[in-house]
Design a protein around this ligand. Structure first.
Ligand code: ATP
Ligand code: MG
Length: 238
């Protein structure tokens, strides 16, 4: 199991954001999480990432995650005073089996197509390149659970398509369990094994988009259902 959450409650100053939430992510399973803005997606992800913990005030329930968890956020959060390679290798303490951290970082950068930018300063990267660096930084940890919080939200449509391919590729190669938080219904239906909708503090709906590669026409009815669950009105003009 990549993650198991049971009876999770999260309150902020008496406002209940997560309300008795249950969630399981299987080994190597790719799960997408949709939900309206403010529904608690990032709150859930932070608890899975261990950035907030079950011991904090306002939190109850259980969260079980594997030993190695990596996170990538919407903003790549690279340290501007370190070159890309050093950002990727930062804090690598595990036994590298004779490899240097720099070599491991270089391998990860090659996987995301960023070899040529290894010595670049983060501020000189394009948005897509910075997001690739952030994925490489997550990958070098060989995570059993990869948490992605709207990692492509700030990218242009073309770059986003390239990144979708890259993430599917990396997932197939490394097979971590993935929880991808996104606003984008099409992205969720395209990438994930299972698509969840968070509403009223729990998983309110669950869908299986089916075999890959996926076809937009075949997914159209499911897309409408999910938009409906999110409270988005679908008109034929849109
Ligand atoms: N540290 C905090 N203190 C108080 N309230 C918080 C805190 N963190 C989150 N919240 C509240 O919890 C609710 C859920 O926030 P969260 O960031 O999880 O939403 P989200 O689903 O990720 O939204 P978005 O799609 O806009 O990113 C919001 O109303 C937010 O204001
Ligand atoms: Mg969020």
């Amino acid at each position: 199991m990549s993650a198991r959450v049971h009876g999770l409650v999260r309150e902020f100053g008496g406002r209940r954001i997560l309300d008795d939430l249950d969630l399981t992510i299987g080994d190597g399973e790719f799960v997408a999480l949709l939900g309206r803005s403010g529904s608690g997606k990032s709150t859930l992800l932070r608890l899975l990432a261990g950035l907030d913990s079950a011991g904090d005030t306002g939190v109850s329930g259980t969260v079980e995650v594997p030993g190695s968890v990596a996170v990538a956020f919407q903003e790549p959060r690279l340290l501007p005073w370190r070159v890309v390679r050093d950002n990727v290798s930062l804090g690598l303490h595990r036994d590298l089996g004779g490899d240097t951290a720099a070599r491991v970082a270089e391998r990860a950068l090659a996987e995301v197509g960023l070899t040529e930018r290894a010595d670049a300063w983060p501020l000189t990267l394009s948005g897509g390149e910075a997001q690739r660096a952030s994925l490489a930084r997550a990958l070098v940890r060989e995570p059993q659970l990869l948490l992605l919080d709207e990692p492509f939200g700030a990218l242009d449509a073309l770059t986003r398509i390239t990144m979708h391919r890259l993430v599917l590729d990396l997932w197939r190669r490394h097979r971590p369990g993935v929880l991808l938080v996104t606003h984008d219904v099409d992205e969720a239906l395209l990438l994930a094994d299972r698509v969840l909708v968070l509403a009223d503090g729990r998983i309110a709906a669950e869908h299986h988009p089916g075999d890959r590669p996926r076809d937009a026409d075949r997914l159209a009815p499911l897309r409408r259902t999910v938009l409906d669950e999110l409270g988005v009105e679908v008109t034929d003009a849109a």
